[in-house]
Design a protein around this ligand. Structure first.
Ligand code: NAP
Ligand code: F7E
Length: 326
């Protein structure tokens, strides 16, 4: 049987944790890059981590950082992964306006660093880059692989560099490198400051009586929200294709932030207008008004299709936060 060794950056994040679970279920040996932190930062993967001293451990964690190219080169040379999934990023769009240079270093230059690490380590591997619908920015929907990129944030500008670096390593060096242009995907593991999780947590807290109000910014923006657990399979499918390519991954359905909030409040039998207020501090200097993906290519070539639509997603996230003790 051929070796199946995956290296995942961003394994402690939402997508990294689902992808690690998925690859372990497919009998991969999984290696993840984690950042040194003064507190534990592995809560999303603790349930799949086994003590490396037990018999046949298949998940291994390594300290590193996307901006430490030397460390990445050493690690990649040592591990000889057959698949590399680059999911690490400063992934918060609003935060990128406060930390534009850092976001550029991690999300843009850092990706060149990992591509260069693969090249200089002379490892025979396939590469997945976590690209994003944010690349489309002000281009009106529906957006597909041919739509123009018009980034509207430092985050999107950095991801644009990473997108083209990935394409360039494919063309220049024949690397099996693919961009997954994923539209927003959410889950009970979504970071607490992204809008869907902020809503589901607040709805649960209000239902339990421990909170009164939810403060949000722009309620008009439209997003194509899918379920993260399903989206990680599309990443794997891209690397199983004979040829590398770039794919839009989306549900094809859009809803506004207001729609999502209304659905979440109504699932807990709460009146959204009573609890939702606007706080201008959550408005961004430039906004992306509407992202709705056209996932026809992924459906045709990867035979991948989103199953969970945003209404169901809102319910499952509220249910999970209602059950949670935090
Ligand atoms: P996330 O939950 O914010 O996870 C980000 C991961 O990157 C975490 O493991 C984080 O580590 C790690 N990280 C951050 N900076 C790093 C650095 N300098 N070096 C090494 N690791 C670093 O993000 P996600 O939602 O899972 O998204 C995964 C990827 O897909 C990201 O690249 C994101 O930009 C992209 N994306 C996400 C979506 C979406 O809707 N979720 C859509 C399109 C693209 P810590 O745990 O230590 O912070
Ligand atoms: O905002 C609006 C906000 O932060 C969604 C990342 O995973 O998906 C994500 O980026 C919308 C925006 O996600 C609040 O202005 C209103 O229009 O949940 P978000 P995002 O910016 O779409 C893309 C595809 C990525 O690649 C990114 O990594 O909701 N909004 N009020 C708010 N957003 C937040 N966070 N907080 C609010 O209070």
């Amino acid at each position: 049987m051929s070796r199946k060794v995956a290296f995942i950056t961003g394994i402690t994040g939402q997508d990294g944790s689902y992808l690690a679970e998925f690859l372990l279920s497919k009998d991969y040996e999984v290696h993840g890059l984690i950042r040194r932190s003064s507190t534990f930062n592995t809560s999303r993967i603790d349930h799949i981590y086994q003590d490396p001293h037990t018999e046949n451990p298949r998940l291994f964690l390594h300290f590193g950082d996307l901006i430490d190219g030397v460390g990445l080169t050493t690690l990649i040379r040592e591990l000889q992964p057959t698949e590399v999934y680059n999911l690490a990023a400063q992934s918060h769009v609003q935060v990128s306006f406060s930390m534009p240079q850092y976001t550029g270093q991690v999300d843009g230059v850092g990706v060149v660093g990992i591509l260069e690490a693969i090249r200089s380590a002379e490892v025979n591997t396939r590469f997945y880059q976590a690209s994003t619908s944010e690349l489309f920015g002000s281009t009106p929907p529906p957006q597909n692989e041919e739509s123009s990129f018009r980034p509207r944030s430092p985050y999107a500008a950095a991801k644009l560099m990473a997108y083209w670096a990935t394409v360039n390593y494919r063309e220049a060096y024949g690397l099996h490198a693919s961009n997954g242009i994923l539209f927003n995907h959410e889950s009970p593991r979504r970071g607490e400051t992204f809008v869907t999780r902020k809503i589901s947590r607040a709805v649960a807290a209000i239902a339990k009586g421990s909170k009164e109000k939810l403060f949000l910014g722009n309620l008009e923006s439209v997003r194509d929200w899918g379920y993260a657990k399903e989206y990680v399979e599309s990443m794997w499918l891209m690397l199983q294709q004979d040829s590398p390519s770039d794919y839009v991954v989306a549900t094809g359905v859009g809803a506004s932030v207001r729609d999502f909030a209304k659905a979440a409040f109504s699932h807990a039998d709460l009146d959204w207008e009573e609890h939702l207020e606007i706080d201008k501090k959550y408005l961004r200097p430039t906004e992306v008004d509407s992202l709705i993906g056209d996932p026809s290519k992924a459906k045709k070539l990867l035979r991948w299709e989103a199953k969970t639509k945003w209404q169901e997603l809102a319910k499952l996230m509220v249910d999970s936060d209602l059950q949670s003790k935090n």
